[in-house]
Write a protein that binds this ligand. Structure first.
Ligand SMILES: Cc1cc2nc3c(=O)[nH]c(=O)nc-3n(C[C@H](O)[C@H](O)[C@H](O)COP(=O)(O)OP(=O)(O)OC[C@H]3O[C@@H](n4cnc5c(N)ncnc54)[C@H](O)[C@@H]3O)c2cc1C
Length: 486
């Protein structure tokens, strides 16, 4: 695998990003990841060692065959590489762009921090090349099983389950309440991280394989749970974890304080309108327009969602953006006592959007900050009152550390607590686990024939986990079909 001793001779060169100012000001809705020439990628593949135990396999929830495809790229056998990559991952173009790469954190070379093989870059190059060369083709089943499955939700979990089930010969219908497919990848993650045609071409592959997608259908409202159970042999719930965590402080009700997803849905729809083509069904028209243009924006929450709010706000022309995090600033290097290799290190990572905000001089982030209340004029927020937070839960305000931030728009990106369980889930009678997710330890819920995958089952997580869950869930549906007579 790789070149003998390659890791000693060749330096790691990670994914190149466009210049921060260029990406904000010149190409605000274009993806900012760039590619390297083949020979450079081959050299990066050559750094992969012949590890006795490739820890990257277990770092990746999908169990991607990483040393195999690294070696194939080293030998420039791209067509074999995509076969190996697709063997475990339905949508490498999603993970290649968006995954935080726990595989790299688990790479044996990462024992010396910052040295891991640049696996995510290699993955992305393989799949982008495969699309360019026309190697990604529909793989319809050879034989029809006569069984049918309804998949509720077209996020990465639902799409992965649908593709696996269809390829196994079942008739699959995906119901989606939004106007277009992709779940949070389309309506949460901005175009500058993933352009939406990347989702559309993959969904077209599913359609060509025989998956039917129905948009604008809120299951539980437009179709009853009972009807779904009557019409299909099995149901997969891949409805995500969409109930946002609120900030229960005085002034929360003021105009101008919004959940992050209200803003991000609006921004993604706005970009889609500018770029076309238009979605299969019309987007809702009765939603509030939230804009950051010309405003002082505060983003509460230091994760991916918060970062995407910052990225959008500065592209819109916010006067200034401050991103606040309740927890203390993580250490610069992997803390070996709490998250030793090969675990995912709890260390500081500069987000792409704070890098951009700093470069254009319109934003910063702050740690150990707790919001005590909001105040405003004529019902509109103008000020966020904050204090330094104590370093341990419940992160109470430190007396004497009170400060004020000018805030015309506040975006709450404080996470999601569990899936929406009123309506569909309640109607189906599915039990919940002690965190409020749909209980499905083996992917089957408490209701026979009703399965669960993705954030709805495991709580708010990552795309790589959603795809993994979709695949595993599909296998459990298969097992159920094998055990239950037609
Ligand atoms: C802003 C943001 C940025 C993120 N960035 C990253 C990132 O960079 N990298 C990463 O790995 N992860 C990221 N994540 C997390 C990742 O997007 C999610 O973990 C992943 O999308 C979960 O997939 P899912 O299919 O389980 O659910 P979702 O993507 O939430 O999809 C659920 C789907 O179900 C539909 N649905 C729900 N209820 C119904 C119903 N009753 N009827 C019909 N349809 C229904 C929804 O409309 C939605 O399309 C991000 C999340 C957010 C919010």
């Amino acid at each position: 695998m790789g070149q003998l001793g390659g890791f000693l001779k060749i330096e790691r060169h990670g994914i190149p990003y466009k210049d921060p100012i260029e990406r904000v000001e010149l190409e605000p809705f274009k993806e900012f990841l760039q590619t390297r020439p083949d020979e450079e990628l081959a050299a990066q593949g050559a750094r992969c060692m012949e590890c006795g135990v490739p820890f990257c396999h277990s770092g990746c929830p999908l169990g991607n065959l990483i040393p195999d495809f690294n070696d194939l790229v080293y030998h420039q056998d791209w067509q074999a590489a995509i076969v190996r990559l697709h063997a475990t991952n339905n949508f490498p173009e999603f993970t290649g762009r968006l995954c935080p790469a726990p595989c790299e954190a688990a790479c044996v070379l990462e024992i010396r921090e910052g040295e891991s093989v640049t696996i995510k870059q290699i993955e992305l190059s393989i799949i982008d090349r495969a699309w360019q060369e026309g190697w990604v083709r529909p793989e319809p089943p050879q034989v029809e099983s006569g069984r049918s499955v309804a998949v509720v939700g077209s996020g990465p979990a639902g799409l992965a389950a649908a593709q696996q089930l269809r390829r196994a010969g079942h008739s699959v219908v995906v119901f989606e309440r939004d106007e277009a497919p992709g779940g949070l990848i389309r309506f949460g993650v901005p175009d500058f991280k993933i352009e939406k045609h990347v989702i559309d071409r993959r969904v077209q592959q599913l359609i060509d394989e025989g998956v039917e997608l129905r948009y604008g259908i809120d299951v539980g409202v437009d179709i009853s749970a009972e009807q779904l159970k009557d019409d299909f042999d099995a149901v997969v719930l891949a409805i995500g974890s969409r109930v946002p965590r609120d900030l229960d402080v005085p002034g929360r009700q003021l105009d101008g304080v919004h959940f992050a997803m209200e803003y991000l849905y609006g921004r993604n729809r706005w970009v889609a309108e500018q770029l076309g083509p238009q979605p299969p069904v019309a987007a809702p028209t009765d939603l509030p327009t939230i804009t950051a243009e010309g405003k002082h924006v505060v983003v509460v929450g230091g994760g991916d969602t918060g970062a995407d709010c910052v990225g959008n706000a500065i592209r819109e022309g916010a006067l200034g953006v401050t991103q606040l995090e309740l927890l203390p600033e993580p250490p610069e290097h992997r803390p070996d006592e709490s998250t030793p290799w090969p675990l995912w290190p709890q260390k500081f990572r500069l987000s792409y959007s704070i890098e951009e905000a700093r470069e254009i001089g319109r934003g910063e982030q702050d740690f150990s900050v707790v919001t005590t209340h909001f105040s405003g004029i004529d019902g509109k927020v103008t000020t966020q009152h904050i204090s330094e937070a104590q370093s341990e839960p419940p992160f109470a305000p430190l007396p004497g550390s009170e400060r004020e931030l000018q805030a015309d728009l506040v975006l709450l990106a404080t996470g999601f607590i569990y899936p929406e369980t009123e309506g569909l889930v309640a109607e189906l009678g599915c039990e919940l686990d002690d965190r409020g997710n749909i209980a499905a330890p083996t992917y089957q819920s408490s209701q026979a024939g009703v399965f669960v995958a993705g954030d709805a089952r495991r709580g708010q997580s990552l795309i790589v986990w959603a795809i993994t869950e979709g695949r595993r869930c599909a296998r459990m549906v298969e097992k159920y079909f094998a055990e239950v007579p037609v």
